[in-house]
Design a protein around this ligand. Sequence first.
Ligand SMILES: *[C@@H]1O[C@H](CO)[C@@H](O)[C@H](O)[C@H]1NC(C)=O
Ligand SMILES: *[C@@H]1O[C@H](CO)[C@@H](O)[C@H](O)[C@H]1NC(C)=O
Ligand SMILES: *[C@@H]1O[C@H](CO)[C@@H](O)[C@H](O)[C@H]1NC(C)=O
Ligand SMILES: [Zn+2]
Ligand SMILES: [Zn+2]
Length: 600
Amino acid sequence: MHLYFLSAATVFLFYTIWSQPKSRLPHFDETLRDLSLGDINFLHTTDTHGWYLGHINQRQYSADWGDFLSFTTHFREICHARDSDLLLIDTGDRHDGNGLSDLTTPNGLYSSDVFMEQDYDIVTVGNHELYLAAVSELEYNTVVPRYGDRFISTNVEYLNDEGEYVVFGNGRYRYFTTEAKKYNVFALSFMFDFKGGNEKVRVTPIDTIIKEDWFLDLLETYTKKSVDLVLVAGHVPVSHSWQELYVLHGVLRRFFPNTPVQYFGGHSHIRDFTLLDDKAFALQSGRYCETVGFMSLRNIKGDNITIDRKYIDFNLQSFLHHTKRATIEQFNTDEGLLVSEKLTNYSNKLKLSESFGVVPQNYYMTGADYYSNDSNSLLRFFETDILQELEPKICHENMDPIRPPPSNSRIVLINTGSIRYDLYKGDFNRNSQFIVSPFKNKWRVLQNVPARIAIRIQEILNKGPYILEDGIDSTIDLDELLSPYQREINSRMLTLKLRYGQRTTDDLGNDGDDTIHRPLPQFAVPNVIQSFEYTDQQQPVDVVFYDFIEGYVLWALQKACDGDNLLYYSLVQQLTFYNDCEQEYNVGELLKKYSLKHWQ
Ligand SMILES: *[C@@H]1O[C@H](CO)[C@@H](O)[C@H](O)[C@H]1NC(C)=O
Ligand SMILES: *[C@@H]1O[C@H](CO)[C@@H](O)[C@H](O)[C@H]1NC(C)=O
Ligand SMILES: *[C@@H]1O[C@H](CO)[C@@H](O)[C@H](O)[C@H]1NC(C)=O
Ligand SMILES: [Zn+2]
Ligand SMILES: [Zn+2]
């Protein structure tokens, strides 16, 4: 550990930057690892989910999309000056998770416009481009034409207005020659086996595509052409535990036994790099504009390909360092500044920075231990302070508002999947509300549940199967995807004098992060959490829960009733809405209500 700390390049001290008004620069005493450029280089983003404004309360990830534009402009110049190539790749999930994308109709109207300022070489879709028909339409009608033949999709199709399925992109593949080294690249793009798409889209799973004649013919055709590199941009995790890329790789190797294959992955929101064989590499670049993935290949036509991969923290310090700029004035480009201005304009239009209060401390989802009641646990905070903000109210349904007996106790139950991101010290604004929880659910209630039964529901649910949140990346088995290293630090906290941040271990070791961090611990989280407003033991309990988990709650209730089916059915018969005002009372709104009262 110490060795790394000493041997890594020492960062420049950009004294001049201290005088900048907008202090978005992180800590200058952090040590950065340098990138090793190759003959062909890649910058990769994935799962941005609309975070183009940057992370306002986390300086580590505080660069915005305009800064990213300036970064790639300089980086391209550096590569070209060395007569090497640079390709930019995005592997999807650009919607859902941020006010900038979620507050417009359709979702992504402004955020797509910002995203499209970047000049990508390969762009593809993620599952979050496929949930809502309006979002798929927006993507197909604006983002696809913007990138032309650089928007590809091998296994996703779109139902156009003429009622025929066409490729979700300009082609199923792209064959092109790089500018500097004149490499011939054969690029494909795959979506994982996703079944939750809207009626206008169709995903053919990889293990079906690989048996289809047109696909095998396509591969056959290109074995007869000159291909120096096969490139696969996938919205698929690159992890060894995810089978799909391996299935695909087996087929690619049948046709291209000796050609280097470079994969880019996504979806599981982690930094990762895997080796599929000695000439096949796979990079995955995190989530939410926290990471720009860097990959380089040298000597790709030889037998000893040299590679490098780095996870660049999405901040100005890293961006300046890797482009060798000493000051922000040298770094900013006119195009970058315009994009930042555009972001400010959109942010103003949506009132994203309208403040509802100031968060006094950091609260973590998995970075604090819920089970030991850590005061930094976001989930405990929801249980003790936030869920109490819920009140009964009826907006839509044609019925009388609930008037629960005031003497009843109340349990408010949510699945932890409905909370999506940490809450950081600093301004709590309209944007933060969407970041912590973008979901809009209604509340249901089981009234007058005997206390002895009500208090068992949470425990039963937490012992039950993992509850998946529709709309987030629900096919992820979280535990599966924690690297062995991350699991290890759950039990053994490291105490180096480094700042908290991501520390990644992948197939090449643990020197991938450009910034050397003290790892954030990863604690286990329960399936569901609940507040319990207790009157007394004799009183029945109103059990209130997000409608999304109704099936799970009824299952748990039946178990808690211990074979007393009469009781179970009588309770279920009274099941009704407690609050159906999802705009006013979803979890993000509860947090806002609390903030307005307590964080002024
Ligand atoms: C490895 O590749 C380099 C070019 O990057 C070449 O100069 C060198 O001779 C190669 N070494 C071996 C052992 O093949
Ligand atoms: C931002 O808004 C201002 C004021 O309306 C306008 O003058 C400017 O052109 C806008 N900038 C961009 C990049 O859209
Ligand atoms: C944490 O708090 C809960 C609820 O208040 C309590 O039941 C539990 O015993 C506490 N656990 C620890 C380790 O303090
Ligand atoms: Zn995602
Ligand atoms: Zn995804």
